[in-house]
Design a protein around this ligand. Structure first.
Ligand SMILES: Cc1cc2nc3c(=O)[nH]c(=O)nc-3n(C[C@H](O)[C@H](O)[C@H](O)COP(=O)(O)OP(=O)(O)OC[C@H]3O[C@@H](n4cnc5c(N)ncnc54)[C@H](O)[C@@H]3O)c2cc1C
Length: 374
């Protein structure tokens, strides 16, 4: 792997930074406070080509690869993890359709997703699932040319503006099967966004599926292949979460340096205190390690390799770094960091979700260990 970013990678990084600073930054606080999904930013993200960075040109993507995807997510996450998550969570469903969809499905849905004509949500999680697909109770029963879906999903992000939903349900044989569903279908009800602690504004909602008719040609992959589709596509979502974690931690470091430089204690800046320098040194080192593990994992994916173990390692390390770095940043900011006047408390809240969503850290450790044992 080349440790220097290519011209294309540098260009995408710059574009993402400019977009985040000009169009997202003025909105970050409001998105977090209101928890409202910033739907008007979708065309802006689409114009930049960020919904199709990793997809091939034949499907309206940029053909730029997964490393460019993580570079863009990282830069946007430095300003707003919620907006970065729009790119990352959307990429998960794109991956499912790209790897498992029929040519017709790719023409019909993937091209529109890559162009940002609409975004996609995925709905695996239910009240009792955790990561156990056996606990899914949503059903998909065949009837004529349709499957009829019934059940309740929870924690479905990007729901308010989604043009397609990848829904995981138990088919009539009891196996998990994936479907591409139009959220405007009769009986598809999207609840109000959940009041989450962080990542506010990512449109995370409950769904009710009441006799939702899905044309048989919208079955994604083979019958019974749903869990494999989820596991493979979630790796791309997790890559995005690694970048979210790195971007959030980097923002916390930069704010801490700035604050510490200006904050006087006993006639000198706190940045001159050994304890603060120790925090800064630890923060910068942890971020750099997480960043390069993320880039390396993306590079492996670009080479067509399986990243199941590598992305588990990267997400474990990057999410822990984000939680620890934002915690140290809070300490550097003292009482002021604990108020909503400064942004550190949002970074601290946002960081935590990276250890939870799209596979909890405990299971990431098991995935890494199992890959070494078996
Ligand atoms: C903001 C947000 C957005 C989300 N977006 C989506 C989405 O778009 N689509 C979607 O389908 N889901 C989404 N989720 C759901 C998320 O991916 C799941 O909540 C997550 O996988 C954890 O599942 P759980 O909450 O049921 O945890 P549980 O399975 O109940 O686990 C609780 C705890 O038990 C322990 N634990 C559980 N299993 C094991 C094990 N095997 N080994 C060791 N320890 C274990 C861990 O400590 C874990 O944290 C989202 C969640 C959040 C918070």
């Amino acid at each position: 792997m080349d440790f220097n970013l290519t011209e294309q990678e540098l260009m995408i990084q710059t574009r993402a930074r400019d977009f985040a600073n000009k169009l997202v930054k003025p909105r970050t606080v409001e998105i977090d406070r209101s928890g409202e999904w910033p739907i008007d930013l979708i065309p802006e993200i689409a114009n930049l080509g960020f919904f199709g960075l990793q997809l091939p040109i034949e499907y309206e993507g940029a053909g730029a690869g997964y490393k460019c995807y993580v570079l863009a997510v990282e830069q946007v996450s430095q300003v707003s993890m919620a907006v970065a998550a729009i790119i990352a969570i959307n990429a998960l469903s794109e991956e499912a359709i790209y790897r498992y969809g029929s040519e017709e499905q790719k023409q019909k849905f993937l091209k529109s997703l890559a162009k940002g004509e609409y975004t996609a949500m995925f709905a695996f999680t239910e009240a009792a699932t955790g990561v156990d697909p056996k606990m899914i109770v949503t059903t998909a029963c065949p009837g004529g040319n349709y499957y009829i879906l019934n059940g309740d999903k929870t924690f479905s992000s990007l729901a308010p503006g989604a043009g397609v939903a990848v829904i995981y349900a138990k088919d009539e044989t009891g196996r998990i099967t994936a479907f591409i569903v139009n959220p405007s279908s009769k009986g598809f009800i999207i609840g109000k966004p959940l009041e989450t602690m962080g990542l506010r504004g990512s449109g995370t909602c409950q769904l009710s599926l009441n006799d939702v008719s899905v044309p048989k040609e919208n079955l994604l992959g083979k019958k019974g292949e749903g869990y494999d589709i989820l596991l493979s596509s979630i790796n791309v979502g997790q890559l995005g979460i690694c970048a979210e974690a790195v971007g959030t931690a980097q923002a916390a470091l930069e704010m801490s340096l700035d604050y510490a430089r200006k904050r006087p204690v006993q006639g000198k800046s706190i940045l001159q205190l050994p304890t603060i320098q120790s925090y800064i040194g630890e923060m910068a080192s942890r971020i750099e390690a997480a960043r390069w593990l993320t880039y390396r994992t993306a590079a492996l994916k670009d080479e067509g390799k399986s990243i199941r173990k590598d992305v588990a390692m990267a997400k474990l390390v990057a999410s822990q770094a984000a939680v620890d770095v934002t915690n140290m940043a809070m300490q550097i900011h003292g009482s002021y960091g604990y108020t909503k006047d400064l942004e550190i408390e949002r970074l601290y809240r946002d960081a935590k979700v990276t250890q939870i969503y799209e596979v909890v850290s405990e299971i990431q450790r098991v995935i890494v260990a199992t890959s070494l044992i078996s």
